[in-house]
Design a protein around this ligand. Structure first.
Ligand code: ADP
Ligand code: MG
Length: 249
């Protein structure tokens, strides 16, 4: 455990800027996620949360600043982006399952194509992850026949089947009917308990309070306030944080 990659934080962001045309969306973001840490990101719609998350695996191209993933500069043109991305699992608000593939195939296809696993091995990994998200026995079902909450748990199991070092979640429960939210959060809580490094954009303040190690409040493309979730939620220091929380809590 002596290499620099292992000593480095999972994610380190320095002075990150990103605009779309004249719309300055990220205006100098600095923060880090330690290994095994769960960082929850909250803030009003349009504050740049998704853009920030998408910059971490370069689904968006930053304008300036630095992003280190396990110590590797992902903006450096020399960096093998595919190798970095293979260590990052991503789960979106819309589940993005392959509609024409059954659950098992959704979990095995990238394992075989990207990781080069045999079908047998991919199926074993898939089954273990389906069990983890409570969906054993659903492997032959097509996504359209699952509830939104089940689809999202399949999406999580699919991401986990690639053995990521960290998981990014972008409002994973925002598209779900309220009664389906709990099961997805429970899976995420289990993952956190197993030591998974997680960055979670969410409006679920209960989850942030209970599971988060750090809470980041963004507004207008900057981090307004960050700290222990229980402290920030109970006693926000900044006026903008207070105003936001008074609307959502
Ligand atoms: P949040 O996730 O906090 O709601 P986003 O990061 O999605 O915020 O969006 C921040 C701002 O960036 C918004 O004004 C949005 O319209 C703009 N934006 C996001 N993605 C794009 C894009 N691909 N092209 C142009 N504008 C974008
Ligand atoms: Mg968003």
């Amino acid at each position: 455990m002596t290499t620099s990659a292992q000593a480095a934080p999972a994610i380190q962001i320095r002075d990150l800027h990103k605009s779309f045309g004249s719309n300055k969306v990220l205006k100098g973001i600095d923060f880090h996620v330690d290994n095994g840490e769960v960082v929850c990101v909250i803030g009003p719609s349009g504050s740049g949360k998704s853009t920030l998350l998408r910059c971490v695996n370069r689904l968006e191209e930053p304008d300036s600043g630095q992003i280190l993933v396990e110590g590797v500069d992902i903006i450096d043109p020399e960096t093998d982006l595919d190798a970095v991305r293979s260590r990052i699992g991503m789960v979106f608000q819309q589940f993005n399952l392959f509609p024409h593939m059954n659950v098992l195939r959704n979990l095995t296809v990238a394992q075989q194509k990207v990781k080069g696993r045999s079908k047998k091995e991919a199926v074993e990994v898939a089954r273990a992850n389906l069990e983890k998200v409570g969906l054993s026995g659903r492997e032959n079902v097509y996504p359209a026949h699952l509830s939104g909450g089940q689809q999202q748990r399949v999406a999580i199991a699919r991401a986990l089947s690639m053995d990521p070092d960290m998981m990014l979640f972008d409002e994973p429960t925002s598209a779900l009917d309220p009664e389906l939210v709990g099961d997805v959060l429970e899976v995420m809580k289990t993952l956190a308990g197993e030591g998974m490094t997680m960055m979670v954009v969410t409006h679920e303040m209960g989850f942030a309070r209970e599971v988060g190690d750090k809470l980041v409040f963004m507004d207008g493309g900057v981090i307004v306030e960050e700290g222990d979730p229980r402290e920030v939620l109970a006693n926000p220091q900044q006026e903008r944080t207070q105003a936001f929380l008074s609307k959502v809590l």
